[in-house]
Design a binder for this molecule. Structure first.
Ligand code: DUC
Ligand code: ZN
Ligand code: ZN
Length: 455
């Protein structure tokens, strides 16, 4: 036996209990009371929680965007991930005209083989069908484990938008192949209209980022996605849900029995659009923007009632000097914020504060992600699963600061946030990679996760 974690409280999506966990060759091989045997390493987890590693279903690492490249490389982003208890990330490479899915994914895999500090999977963003070749190629890509594809309904001027016809085609093709379509839902024409109007009026502060894409701009696109998905009877996963009206349309479709999944992000659960009135409002600029209190309340309510399936980060940080490009013009602010290291501590902190059960935090950040996206060996503390394990100390106080994060960015929207309870160790397939504030793994430790299509 390689590792024995003793006397901890195991938390899964369905319950908590005291037991020991034995690990061999990177897998959980036994769970039970008073396990013994010759372990190479024994860890005393008395008084601590033993959790499955989180799976961040939404990152943009080294992403060319907004006139620059997002500030975390595959190395620094995944290093930060494990230091926050995330043991798998799903990144979003963007396919452009002329590019094949596997050409793009293989180029990212090559980087990750050297750099990744946690396991990794890819959702591929489709922006062009290459005269139909992409639709054919999807079959081979699904066989190679790329079982989810993203459609941006926005970023029209940037050449990344998928129109309604392409969305419908992709929904049907994915259904045929047992794959999933993930959608970024906002209405680009409404945004452009409003942006032009504000710029003409000289309204250029970060507040007008929010005002140009408020609740109803997201809701229209959410409802369009629900409409297509339900009428075509094709599953869909809406990423970074941030508005109440769109969420309500999803809840209704779910209640009617449609296969529709909803993801939200910690920034939408913690902040309101008032942050855009702050002096440093540009640092919070992401799309969709953070909405009003009513939307935030609706998101928490839906988490508690089981209508939100996952919480992921949309991790896409930029440096301060890049955010500053938009000091006098909100359209020049690169969109995106940091979060991968904060996801699990934030959601577990909410559990520790009594807002949700710990089981719910595990379900949203790990178990559901593994189930929805076909990571058969992840998302649970159970025999046969990968030994992706987080030891969590309910009593440890932590104040987030850019100085105690493990990314490459120079500021964070989470600066000063106090969290009661924090991960103290992260194991990636049985190997200790984070230990009490320190990254102790080796870049390249991460493996590509080949995912299974839906049956
Ligand atoms: N939104 C962001 O804020 N950043 C990256 C991409 C996106 O859709
Ligand atoms: Zn998005
Ligand atoms: Zn995103």
């Amino acid at each position: 036996m390689d590792l024995l974690i003793k006397n901890g409280t195991i938390v899964t999506a369905v319950g908590s209990y005291e037991a020991d966990v034995a690990v061999e060759d990177g897998k959980i091989v036994a769970i039970g009371k008073d396990l013994d045997g010759d372990a190479k390493k024994t860890v005393d987890a008395t008084g601590k929680l033993v959790l499955p590693g989180a799976i961040d279903a939404h990152t943009h690492l080294a992403m060319p965007f907004g006139g620059t490249v997002s500030a975390d490389s595959y190395l620094s982003g995944t290093r930060a991930a494990v230091c926050g208890g995330v043991t798998t990330v799903f990144d979003y490479p963007v396919q452009h005209k002329g590019e094949t899915i596997l050409g793009l994914i293989n180029s990212k895999k090559e980087i990750c083989e050297k750099e990744a500090c946690c396991d990794y999977a890819f959702h591929c963003c489709i922006t062009d069908f290459n005269d139909g070749e992409i639709l054919d190629e999807m079959e081979e890509a699904v066989e190679k484990g790329i079982t989810s594809y993203k459609c941006f309904l926005v970023y029209k001027k940037e050449g990344m938008m998928v129109d309604d016809g392409m969305l419908a085609t992709l929904l049907l093709r994915a259904k045929e192949l047992g794959a999933m379509i993930n959608v970024h839902a906002e209405n680009p024409d409404l945004i452009d209209l409003r942006v032009d109007q504000y710029l003409k009026e000289g309204k250029t502060s970060a507040w007008y980022h929010y005002m140009s894409r408020p609740e109803f701009v997201e809701a229209e696109a959410d409802k369009r996605v629900v409409h297509w998905s339900t009428h075509l009877d094709a599953p869909v996963y809406i990423v970074h849900m941030a508005d109440k009206e769109g969420l309500e349309a999803c809840i209704k479709a779910k209640e009617e029995g449609h296969e529709l999944y909803v993801e939200t992000c910690p920034q939408y659960l913690e902040f309101t659009c008032d942050v855009y009135k702050r002096e440093d409002g540009r640092n919070f600029v992401c799309s969709p923007p953070i909405k009003g209190q009513e939307s935030q309340d609706a998101l928490w309510k839906a988490i508690k009632s089981g209508f939100i399936d996952t919480v992921a980060t949309d991790h896409c940080p930029f440096q301060s000097y890049e955010k500053d490009w938009g000091k006098d013009d909100f359209t020049k602010i690169p969109n995106g914020c940091a979060g991968v290291e904060n996801l699990y501590p934030y959601m577990l902190g909410a559990a520790n504060a009594g807002k949700i059960p710990f089981e719910k935090a595990v379900e949203l950040c790990s178990t559901n992600v593994a189930k929805i996206f076909g990571c058969d060996n992840k998302g649970d503390i159970a025999i046969g699963k990968d030994a992706d394990i987080v030891i969590y100390d309910k009593e440890k106080d932590f104040t987030i600061s850019v100085n105690n994060m493990h990314s490459d960015y120079d500021h964070t929207i989470w600066e000063g946030k106090k969290i009661h309870g924090y991960p103290v160790q992260t194991y990636l397939r049985g190997q200790l990679v984070y230990d009490n504030g320190e990254y102790v793994g080796t870049p390249g430790d991460g493996n590509y996760i080949k995912r299974s299509p839906k049956k």
